[in-house]
Design a binder for this molecule. Structure first.
Ligand code: ADP
Length: 255
């Protein structure tokens, strides 16, 4: 039940009346659970055929590699990229439904954050060489946290930096330690974000409504998931940005 209202009190705070509404929200909750279950089930069902399409593409790529046919190579590599995009999306939906049903559990371990940043950059470079990435990994940053999930946050910052900035521009990645916290920053020279949207971009399904990015695909769940992951590490996530002048996405967590 959801009870909203005002308690009317007499002298010495003694309650005399309650004015307000009582709403039965069990149906709303049931709807939420049904929706959540549907997303989980549909995403799960889509995973199997996608994995199979991906392996067929790989088999074809291997078989046809000897032919040196640029057209075929290009078509297969494009198909592979699209399959990877869909796979990421499905993983996002699965994470979302896990999160909303309270099943997103952390598996903390001790690891070097800079190594993780390096791995995430290497993974990004498997799918694109469109940007110049600048990263100084000369120091070790030992931190305890869920490496895989934090890697997802970094991966999300990086893929957004690529998506929302022009080819050939710079993306800078770094980590700093202050007062027992490690702060990771990913800076791009892209479209930037208006001040009024700085908080909203971390909301579920929120996408900035702008002409410049209307052709960029996405569902507005990456930063929402990132925020949940960072918050479950008792950390902070935020963005500094000016429209038209690039953005820096940050997260910080206790060491
Ligand atoms: P998606 O990119 O799939 O839409 P996200 O949750 O990752 O979802 O991002 C939410 C929104 O925040 C994006 O739709 C975009 O409008 C904005 N955004 C995220 N990263 C950047 C960035 N680096 N530069 C400009 N806008 C960004």
């Amino acid at each position: 039940l959801s009870i909203k209202g005002k308690l009317v009190t007499a002298e010495r705070q003694k309650p005399v009346r309650m004015l307000g509404t009582v709403i039965d929200i069990s149906e709303v909750k049931r709807d939420e659970i049904r929706k959540n279950d549907f997303i989980a089930m549909a995403s799960h069902e889509l995973k199997t055929p996608l994995t199979s399409i991906k392996s067929y593409i790989q088999v074809l790529a291997k078989k046809l590699a000897a032919n040196n046919d640029a057209f075929v190579d290009n078509a297969l590599s494009k198909a592979n990229n699209q399959v990877n995009k869909m796979t990421d999306l499905i993983h996002g939906f699965l994470d979302l439904s896990k999160l909303e049903s309270g099943k997103l559990q952390l598996k903390p371990e001790l690891f070097d954050m800079n190594r993780l940043l390096g791995d995430c950059i290497a993974e990004l470079l498997l799918s694109t060489y469109s940007h110049t990435i600048i990263f100084d990994n000369s120091h070790i940053v030992n931190v305890t946290g869920d490496k895989e999930k934090l890697g997802q946050v970094v991966g999300n910052f990086l893929s957004n930096a690529v998506k929302y900035s022009a080819k050939g521009t710079r993306i800078t990645v770094n980590s700093t330690i202050t007062d027992g916290l490690v702060t990771v920053a990913v800076t791009d020279q892209g479209v930037g974000i208006k001040l009024k949207d700085h908080k909203k971009v971390f909301h579920r399904f929120y996408r900035v409504d702008s002409e410049k990015i209307k052709n960029v695909s996405g569902f507005g769940i990456g930063l929402y998931l990132s925020a949940e992951i960072v918050q479950s590490h008792k950390g902070k996530i935020w963005v500094e940005s000016t429209e038209g002048a690039g953005s820096t996405f940050y997260f910080s967590i206790p060491l």
